[in-house]
Design a protein around this ligand. Sequence first.
Ligand code: DP6
Length: 324
Amino acid sequence: MSSGTASALAHPNIAFIKYWGNLDGSLNLPSNGSISMNLGSLQTATTVQFEPLLTADTLEINQQTQTGPSLKRVQNFMGHIRRLSKSGLFAHIRSESNFPISAGLASSASAYAALALAATAALGIDQTEKELSSLARLGSGSAARSIPAGFVEWHASETHAGSFAKSIAGPDYWDLRDMIVIIQKQPKSTGSADGHGLADTSPFQSLRVENAPTRLEICRQAILERDFAHLAEIVELDSMMMHAVMMTSRPPLFYWEPLTLQIIKSVQNWRRDGLQVCVTVDAGSNLHLICPFGYTQMVTEMLKTTSGIQSVMVSPPGGPAHLI
Ligand code: DP6
């Protein structure tokens, strides 16, 4: 019997309107829709090689053999692929990312988007973009958004097939930059996978979910009209609402470090002074500063006045997950 091999590349994404909390945690069906931008400078490349003689999937990340929870999670995901393809084959999976993993940089998004595409291609399963997005979602919710190109919206739905992401605009539509400000490199203490499960323990989560369609509409329009002022306002409001839910969960989740808050306040001051820049923070202490390309240099200069920053990565909008 012949065995199949395929390689795929995907970019992580930064959410402008965040996903936090699930209707169904086993299927990663989100409580609310979300909108993101793929990050073209950051990528994960994954090769999947099915082998008839293997008795379990193996996983190598950045040349290190994985055991424990990260392997288990990938093996669970590969179980979905085997059910879909009615195949009993196991695979060697090798994955390389060009950015620090597990530091609130959504490495699981690019990882599961690349894995979903490489694994289905290796088995010769034809998937539409929609189907691939729903499939990637089973590995990591935000991976659904790393399948389509550019600026992407992921729809909330009560069904597996209904919860997929779709492009709102291609990567060339708006020349924005994500300036990723790293203040801490070690992995976060509570990963998003566990954090999602706590969302409903916050009294603010229902309000956040109820108001999501309004925020999504404002964000979608701001992207389509390339309206930075409105984008900035809604991106910051949405990030604060998610962190308010995190901080008021039981047990509470505090992802910010003092420097996170200091930079948030600086960004708001810079904007008041006329710089087109806004800030959003995921489940970690690092920050994403969003600005039009023309402001990158000025924002870089401003960041130099802040001590404690380890590094800054700059990314334009990125394309879709694709085979390599
Ligand atoms: C805060 O889908 O990345 O980044 O795969 O379980 O880690 P896990 O969850 P994931 O959650 C993303 C949460 C977020 C917001 C967002 O990207 O929408």
